[in-house]
Design a protein around this ligand. Structure first.
Ligand SMILES: [Zn+2]
Length: 363
């Protein structure tokens, strides 16, 4: 059924579909005759296709069997369009041509179609999630969520394991992608696995320069996404940002709090005091789940501080314990049934912290 798919998916479009053959669908009330003047055939144009989909100014000629087999929603739309005009099926969709082409490529070539020339990016997954949800394509949605979980995991171990994926140098994720993630996850139903990914998306959004939350960032399909356009969300992220700075400072204090007791070499106490002062300034950042403090601890064993292995081990334990605490608070939102409820709970967590004052929590 998908024979010659890869050849047909060439970059050079073949001859145009007779646009006079049109139908209408419930997706749009716009006149297709009018739109046909400006749209150009997209890269997906099968000679044996029997459905033309128009997204923005691109048109794609595809097979009803492929779309209908995977999506109940496409079956319904195609049926409606055919009822309106028996000579051909033309669907106008409100999605971006970028997103729609991406979905079609997944349907024809498989989820990993980009694999030959680049890794799957967050933008690819976000785009697939948006459309797979809209067109009820559960297999694509499941695969999208499975991959998105590596960016927005549910355990601290997985968070650490996939750290490189979220690093500034990552080819798969840009820090500002977190804005798109928050908006996407909040738009999905409360029963969706996206709800469990929202806390880490909010955390990553809190790492984005605050001005960008309001100015917005561009999605891969050219859509400008602003957290400021979603009531209360930018404020929620800013509050979280402040809370995370407090947490990072508190984590520093918790790690150096008193010298480790048993097995302490005499010299470690003074050296730890020095290190605590040296790194106090560096502790003022909003990314306490990063490896900054862990790297710092590993460095203490070197010539400058000569902290013994026993003490380093204890500091590692304290660092881990504090990060678990932050993680637990962040993940608190997922126990609720809906994102709105989760948001309220997150607000409660932040409020409780505020009333607890600036005092870092120590053991
Ligand atoms: Zn020691």
């Amino acid at each position: 059924m998908v024979r010659k798919a890869s050849r047909a998916l060439s970059s050079s479009p073949v001859s145009a579909y007779p646009h006079s053959v049109t139908g209408t669908s419930s997706v749009s009330s716009e006149s297709t005759a009018c739109s046909s003047a400006t749209e150009t055939p997209g890269r997906i144009w099968f000679e044996d296709g029997n459905v033309v989909v128009i997204a923005q100014n691109s048109s794609f000629r595809v097979n009803e069997g492929i779309l209908g087999h995977r999506s109940r929603e496409f079956r319904r739309l195609i049926k409606e369009a055919r009822r309106a005009n028996r000579t051909g099926v033309e669907l106008r969709v409100s999605d971006s041509s970028h997103d729609f082409e991406h979905l079609l490529r997944i349907l024809y070539e498989g989820f990993e179609y980009t694999k030959a020339h680049r890794p799957t990016t967050f933008s690819d997954l976000a785009s697939a999630t948006r459309l797979a949800h809209k067109y009820t394509i559960s297999s694509v949605l499941d695969q999208s969520f499975e991959r998105l979980r590596t960016f927005f995991p549910s355990t601290l171990d997985e968070w650490d394991e996939h750290e490189a994926l979220r690093a500034p140098s990552s080819p798969s994720f840009s820090p500002q992608n977190a804005i798109e993630a928050v908006i996407l996850f909040r738009s999905l139903p409360p029963t969706s696995p996206a709800v469990a990914m929202l806390p880490t998306a909010l955390y990553l959004a809190a790492q984005v320069p605050p001005a960008l939350l309001f100015r917005g960032t561009w999605r891969a399909d050219g859509t400008l996404e602003k957290l400021g356009d979603h009531a209360g969300v930018a404020e929620e992220v800013l509050t979280l940002h402040t809370s995370l700075i407090r947490h990072a400072v508190a984590a520093h204090s918790a790690v150096y709090d008193g010298a480790p007791k048993a097995g302490l070499f005499h010299s470690c106490g003074a050296a730890l005091e020095r290190a605590e002062k040296d790194f106090r300034q560096a502790a003022v950042h909003g990314d306490p789940l990063s490896r900054a403090l862990r790297d710092e601890i590993e460095g203490l064993a070197g010539d400058k501080y000569k902290i013994c292995e026993f003490c380093v081990k204890e500091l590692r334990r304290r660092e881990r314990e504090y990060r678990m605490k932050i993680w637990g608070e962040l993940r608190g939102v997922i126990d609720e049934e809906s994102p709105d409820k989760g948001k309220e709970q997150m607000a409660d967590v932040l409020k409780a912290e505020k009333t607890a004052g600036e005092k870092p929590s120590k053991r």
